[in-house]
Design a protein around this ligand. Structure first.
Ligand SMILES: Cc1ncc(CO)c(N)n1
Length: 220
């Protein structure tokens, strides 16, 4: 059976493919992405992750009961203690110290994306917020596995292998699965009007993710 989350992807198939198979992604896999583009992306992604953590804080606030609060708190802790920690360490390896990260001005694509997610969560309910966040959490997990299955993947001497392996790791993949399960449970009880509205949120967030890759390539 096609899961409810899978339906969101099918309804936004073009957007999803443009995001997953973006030139930035393919060049990461092939090891041909200019290092300057990756460095620019890493700096902007730090700003993104800070706002992403705030979005999970909002998910805690939007919770209807203690179970949802606990779940939001787990995700918030995972972002702050694991993902941002890994990211800061990773930036240091690319000669970007943490102090320099805080002073980076946000790019238009970063602002457009983080504003959209936070705005959607503020106006909507917890499901709207999760759907706006789904392309980030689930997308990166899928992109890492997709890259690992491509014939053009370069592993030896590819400076981006550690990045791909981080998102392909069992820990990250477990996070992806639990998010898909959460969405499937939530979406299963909704009618077509609600699903169609959520599909719009999903499509928009997916386009903004593709724009984020493009920002990396264009150094904008
Ligand atoms: C822009 C963006 N989307 C998703 C992720 C995965 O958390 C990330 N680090 N950055």
């Amino acid at each position: 059976m096609t899961s409810s989350f899978e339906m969101l992807k099918i309804r936004n198939a073009g957007e999803w493919q443009a995001y997953r198979e973006h030139d930035f992604v393919c060049r990461l896999g092939a090891g041909t992405l200019p290092e300057e583009a990756f460095r620019h992306y890493l700096k902007q992604d730090y700003l993104f992750l800070v706002q992403f953590a705030r979005a999970w804080g909002l998910a805690v606030y939007k919770s209807r009961d203690l179970d949802e609060i606990r779940q939001g708190l787990e995700s918030l802790k995972a972002i702050v203690e694991v993902e941002i920690g890994l990211h800061v360490g990773y930036c240091a390896e690319w000669s970007i110290p943490e102090k320099a990260l805080a002073d980076v001005p946000p790019s238009p694509a970063t602002l457009a994306y983080t504003d959209y997610v936070l705005e959607t969560g503020l106006h909507g309910d917890l499901t709207d917020l999760h759907v706006a966040l789904a392309p980030c959490i689930i997308g990166y997990g899928e992109i890492a596995l997709w890259l690992q299955a491509q014939p053009f993947l370069k592993t030896d001497g590819n400076p981006y292998t550690a990045w791909i392996e981080m998102y392909a790791s069992p820990d990250y993949q477990a996070l992806v699965r639990s998010e898909i399960e959460w969405l499937d449970r939530r979406l299963a009880s909704l009618d077509e009007t609600a699903i169609s509205c959520l599909s719009g949120i999903f499509g928009k967030a997916t386009r903004l993710e593709a724009d984020f890759w493009q920002m990396g390539l264009d150094l904008t």
